[in-house]
Design a protein around this ligand. Structure first.
Ligand SMILES: [Zn+2]
Length: 66
C-alpha cells in the first residue's frame, strides 16, 4: 500500500516536472522568436531571409538596403 502511494507520488511529481519543463521550453522559444523577429530582413529581390549585418543578400547577392 505504501509502495503504491509512493509510486503515485513519484509519477505525479514526474508529470509535474515534465509540464514545467515543456512550459519553460515553450516560453523560451516564444521569447527568442519575439526577440529574433525584429532584426529579420527579407531580400527585396528573392524574398529570402537575410540580415542587415550583411552588405549583400546571402541568397542572390542583391544589395541589402538599410
Ligand atoms: Zn536575395
Amino acid at each position: 500500500m505504501i509502495g503504491f502511494v509512493v509510486r503515485n507520488w513519484f509519477r505525479d511529481s514526474l508529470e509535474t516536472m515534465f509540464v514545467i519543463a515543456i512550459g519553460g521550453m515553450v516560453t523560451s522559444v516564444l521569447r527568442q522568436a519575439r526577440r529574433g523577429n525584429l532584426p529579420i530582413y527579407r531580400c527585396e529581390a528573392c524574398g529570402g531571409v537575410t540580415s542587415r549585418a550583411y552588405a549583400v543578400c546571402r541568397h542572390c547577392g542583391a544589395p541589402v538596403r538599410s
